[in-house]
Design a protein around this ligand. Structure first.
Ligand SMILES: [Zn+2]
Length: 335
């Protein structure tokens, strides 16, 4: 990170990516879908909401910021809508309450030019702190789409990887230093882990960035420690909602990369108190070195209310600061 000119405190705080949309933006999206407002009017609301979240993250005191994905509906559909080669299919239900228009690969997938770069620049202009570039990884885009064009899952995934790499290059070119490439689908089919690794290699190999991937909770017992082969610097993992049970795996096989350690549950309306979050972090630090730990919520916060999301972020920052102070005191030279 120093090579990239990034100067972060011990236990940097961040968030996984998505924030809830303020009611005015939710209304604008409905109005736009009904043809009541123009695309420009919708975009103005998205910009307002993004600026609101940038300001909120600054006030809360996070160290590495995100744009909050106010311009996205679904994390896969958003990219499918922007990339030639996809058609958007019918509404399907997956993961309990997630409904989305499942994309269909009907032709050669192609990067059409920068997709997220303008939003990254907009967000970065709002702050002096680093803003993460946020992309959905090739394996997850493939897994959550129908494939009517490529002969098999692997060739679809690798074709996507080659195109998504161009978006990574465009973000780096624009000045992004930290790029998160989400692969939440990784933990669902352990037998395809080698494909996730190969595709991520295509996306990141030789590029000068600090790369993070977010993987949702799943069959970690079957993919750990092999998943550490995914060529990224930092794994962003849901730890809180499974009572930190992954720490047992890390005791068996050392976690040898950086980790963004989820300390608050995003599925619950209840905002954890600071003592609970501090305790989770202390448990993490019994197994992991402080230098490898970032602190964040378990997953995207988009299903929480604006207030709940802010309160959860606040407690993340407070807990990280407390632990940071303790470590600073501990390592101070004795007089
Ligand atoms: Zn997740």
């Amino acid at each position: 990170m120093q090579k990239l000119g990034l100067d972060l405190p011990l236990l940097p705080t961040t968030s996984v990516g998505s924030f809830p949309k303020p009611p005015s933006l939710a209304r604008a999206r409905t109005d736009y879908a009904k043809g009541k407002i123009t695309a420009a009017a919708l975009q103005a609301e998205e910009e307002k909401a993004t600026a609101f979240w940038m300001e909120a993250q600054e006030q809360i005191g996070l160290d590495v910021l995100v744009d909050g994905e106010q311009y996205r509906g679904d994390m896969v559909v958003y990219f499918a809508e922007h990339m030639p080669g996809f058609e958007i299919g019918d509404l399907v239900r997956s993961y309990g309450n997630r409904y989305y228009h499942k994309p269909i690969l009907t032709g050669e997938v192609r990067w059409p030019g920068p997709i997220t770069v303008a939003w990254w620049k907009f967000a970065q202009r709002c702050t002096a702190k680093p803003v993460k570039g946020m992309l959905t990884g090739p394996y997850t885009v493939m897994d959550w789409s129908f494939n009517e064009h490529y002969p098999d899952r692997k060739s679809a995934c690798l074709a996507l990887a080659r195109e998504i790499r161009k978006e990574v290059e465009a973000l780096l070119e624009a000045g992004a230093k930290i790029i998160q490439i989400d692969e939440p689908a990784t933990s669902v089919r352990p037998e395809e882990l080698p494909l996730v690794v190969e595709a991520m290699q295509v996306v990141t190999e030789g590029l000068p960035g600090y790369f993070i991937t977010h993987i949702c909770y799943g069959a970690f017992r079957r993919i750990y420690p092999a998943m550490l082969e995914i060529p990224v610097d930092n794994f962003d993992l849901e730890m809180a909602n499974n009572q930190l049970s992954l720490l047992d795996l890390f005791r068996e096989h050392r976690f040898r990369k950086d980790i963004s350690f989820g300390v608050v549950d995003v599925h619950s309306h209840v905002v954890e108190d600071r003592a609970t979050v501090e305790q989770r972090l202390e448990q993490a630090l019994q197994v992991l070195q402080p230098e490898q730990v970032w602190v964040d919520p378990d997953c995207g916060l988009k299903t929480r209310s604006v207030e709940e999301a802010q309160e959860k972020l606040r407690v993340v920052v407070e807990a990280a600061r407390r632990l940071r102070e303790q470590y600073a005191n501990r390592s101070a030279p004795a007089r």
